[in-house]
Design a protein around this ligand. Sequence first.
Ligand SMILES: *Cc1c(COP(=O)(O)O)cnc(C)c1O
Length: 216
Amino acid sequence: MHDIAFALKQLDNKIKILAQGRCIQLIAVSKTKPAEMIQKALDAGQRMFGENQVQEAQAKWPALKQQYSDIELHLIGPLQTNKVRKALQLFDVIEVLDRFKLAHAIARISKEEQKYPKIYIQVNIGKEPQKAGITPDELKDFYAYCQNEEKLNIAGLMAIPPHGQDPMPYFQQLKQLQMMLDAKDLSMGMSGDYDKAIICGATHIRIGSHIFGARS
Ligand SMILES: *Cc1c(COP(=O)(O)O)cnc(C)c1O
């Protein structure tokens, strides 16, 4: 049986050593994991979580959020425009803004719902054709558009480097983009590479299997 409290404690120690005094936020990625496992993380004091599907999150999180007022739930998987309203009702941070149409939908429905979550722009840092995200070349214009035209609460950048390559150069490039844009948050690093992400300047890391065990 995977010990969630122990895994969180170990992770916390490792993060402290790597962070060298900086504050790193741990997003516990609970996708595919049942509410009982999430409860164990909550019991251990974890409050920041990530889910990658709106529908799955709707089944698990409303009850938990009623119990704990200080949960911060991040959407880290693709968002279709027809799910924006439900996403805004449930998520505190949307990490996956990756296109103009979605920016416009979030802006419009935010007003209707009076919900203004923090938004991260997803960057396709490896310029991979099959991957979502704004390419580094388009980022500056898209960032300005979302802030100035759509008046979105843009708080940072999120990215997943190409699979099977050294993530370090990509993390470094993301840090440079964050600094260029003067963005507050930088969400990068997963179970396999969070140490490198922290060294390169991540403010948020997204960890699933290290905390909750492997996904089937
Ligand atoms: C699943 C997922 C994670 C967590 O992955 P692990 O390797 O289990 O830590 C992080 N970010 C995103 C976008 C994910 O979909």
